[in-house]
Design a protein around this ligand. Structure first.
Ligand SMILES: [Zn+2]
Length: 252
């Protein structure tokens, strides 16, 4: 197939010659891809001025004759941020989420759900209502789930007991354990644990099972918030190999 059509969200873009652009897109049917748009800075007819970060486009893409690159032939705006670009704080949150998705990569299989997540995130940020304090971290946990990396946060991963008031997440094993199973372990095996209450786990499970617009936005007590953040950070670093550093995700 030399040509295809798809919907795509713009993750990032830049110039590589005076009039030409490269774009990193999340395509609904194909996942995250890099494309080139030749003459994009000049051609309003082919691109309607719609090439911008976080826009959703309808794209016509041609595969180069040698099959070594993808050429964006035409694009039209389907949906995009309206007031969001003027809100630097919310746009910063959006950018953090887009960067994470880009760093993690999305294959064809995970593409439809990841695409839906981004679109819902944009709507939610656009609406102007309260945003969860841990939004960027919630997004990492949720996207990991869409790509098949979802820790079970409902039951003890050793004995299968339902989570009580308190549990521990063994970061290096990606495993939740109950206090009894934790007590039965040697101290050395519980070094990479995050202690977390049922309340924190309830929030994280709600995040895993829904889209951003339904994520709980009410503030968690500081201790719960820290535990949730440490759990997600640890999981992402240990199992997805990504850490956020100086404005970029670094492979660890
Ligand atoms: Zn147990």
């Amino acid at each position: 197939m030399r040509e295809w059509l798809d919907e795509a969200v713009v993750l990032r873009m830049g110039h590589f010659r005076e009039a030409d652009l490269w774009l990193r897109l999340l395509c609904r049917g194909r996942g995250a891809l890099t494309l080139f748009a030749f003459g994009a800075s000049r051609s309003r007819r082919r691109f309607c001025g719609c090439l911008d970060v976080f826009n959703t486009l309808h794209c016509r893409v041609r595969v180069s004759s040698r099959g070594d690159f993808l050429n964006l032939e035409e694009a039209a705006l389907l949906r995009g941020p309206r007031g969001l670009r003027a809100d630097w704080r919310r746009m910063g949150l959006a950018t953090n989420c887009l960067r994470f998705l880009e760093a993690l990569g999305v294959d064809g299989e995970g593409a439809p759900e990841s695409f839906a997540l981004l679109e819902d995130l944009r709507e939610m940020l656009e609406e102007g209502r309260a945003v969860p304090q841990l939004l960027a971290l919630f997004f990492r946990l949720r996207l990991a789930g869409a790509l098949g990396f979802a820790p079970n946060l409902g039951r003890c991963g050793v004995c299968g007991a339902e989570v009580g008031e308190q549990a521990s997440f063994v970061v290096d094993e990606g495993l939740l354990i109950c206090p009894r199973c934790r007590a039965a372990r040697a101290l050395a095996e519980t070094r990479y644990c995050v202690d977390i209450s049922r309340r924190g786990l309830d929030v994280l499970r709600a995040v895993q099972q829904s889209f951003p617009s339904a994520w709980p936005a009410e503030a968690l007590p500081a201790a719960e918030r820290r535990a949730c953040a440490r759990l997600i950070d640890g999981f992402v670093q240990y199992h997805l190999g990504l850490a956020w550093e100086n404005g970029y995700f670094r492979r660890v």
